[in-house]
Design a protein around this ligand. Structure first.
Ligand SMILES: Nc1nc2c(ncn2[C@@H]2O[C@H](COP(=O)(O)OP(=O)(O)OP(=O)(O)O)[C@@H](O)[C@H]2O)c(=O)[nH]1
Ligand SMILES: [Mg+2]
Length: 233
């Protein structure tokens, strides 16, 4: 029985990997930077994305997908930025997967986006196992969660390209230990970019926006180079 469960889990992962690589090819062709945002519930994903979408929508062709088990509260909040937003209701599932993204894009076609943000379901375990064809996996870690969270949820943190320490405006009030948190992060992921920010005061947002803008430009340059190399062969 246990072997059978492991086999099914293995098949699901293989199917997800195949769909994720198809998504990655599709996003490479369209030059779309895809950003998968993960965290435990309430770390500030939607709040940060509202600020990010509001800035990006006037500069880039920007859209967002948002996964939630129930309610479209976050989709409504994100849509106030003016960006196109599409909700994926995951019901019993505790994460988004590549099949859900593929289906969502089929029923909600978006032309040639520069950036697609994906807010994953609030959970640090299940979403970490599913590649969505993203370029950037961003994990939020708020100052209220406890400095050891990267050690307790190593997969989410060691697969992250960017780790955002959020709600820094209340760091002192909750006696957040920055050194201990940094040590926890670095022991599971020595390489990720780490940015401290507060969506409430705006501190640190400039660094987050700059990182994203650099990655958008890089993705578009890479695609152009790839495209030119195929047409000149
Ligand atoms: N003090 C402070 N509170 C914040 C900040 N960012 C978000 N919050 C608050 O944290 C709570 C949760 O924020 P959300 O943005 O809904 O968090 P989320 O990660 O999208 O939550 P789920 O989608 O439910 O997982 C809200 O009450 C926000 O106002 C911040 O920078 N500072
Ligand atoms: Mg949210």
């Amino acid at each position: 029985m246990k072997m059978r469960v492991l086999e099914i889990a293995g098949n699901l992962r293989a199917k997800n990997e195949a769909l994720a690589s198809r998504l990655r090819e599709r996003f490479a062709k369209s030059g779309t930077l895809v950003v998968n945002v993960l965290s435990s519930p309430g770390s500030g994903k939607t709040t940060l994305l509202v600020h990010t979408l509001s800035r990006f929508v006037s500069r880039y062709r920007t859209a967002a997908l948002v996964g939630d088990q129930a309610t479209d509260n976050d989709a409504q909040r994100l849509a106030r930025s003016g960006a196109p937003v599409h909700q994926i209701t995951t019901a019993a599932e505790c994460r988004l997967d590549a099949d859900m993204i593929t289906k969502a894009l089929a029923e909600w076609p978006q032309d040639e986006l520069d950036v697609l943000f994906i807010e994953n379901v609030g959970n640090l375990i299940c979403p970490a196992e599913y590649d969505l064809g993203e370029d950037l996996r961003v994990v939020l870690f708020s100052v209220t969660e406890g400095e050891d969270k990267p050690l307790k949820y190593p997969l989410a943190f060691n697969t992250a390209h960017v780790i955002l320490i959020t709600k820094c405006d209340i760091a002192d009030a909750v006696e957040f230990d920055r050194d201990e948190a940094t040590e926890s992060i670095r022991s599971v992921n020595p390489e990720a970019a780490v940015i401290e920010l507060s969506a409430r005061t705006g501190d640190g947002l400039a660094g987050w926006f700059a990182l994203l803008e650099e990655r958008v430009a890089e993705k578009q340059r890479l695609d152009r180079t790839e495209y030119l190399s195929t047409v000149t062969q």
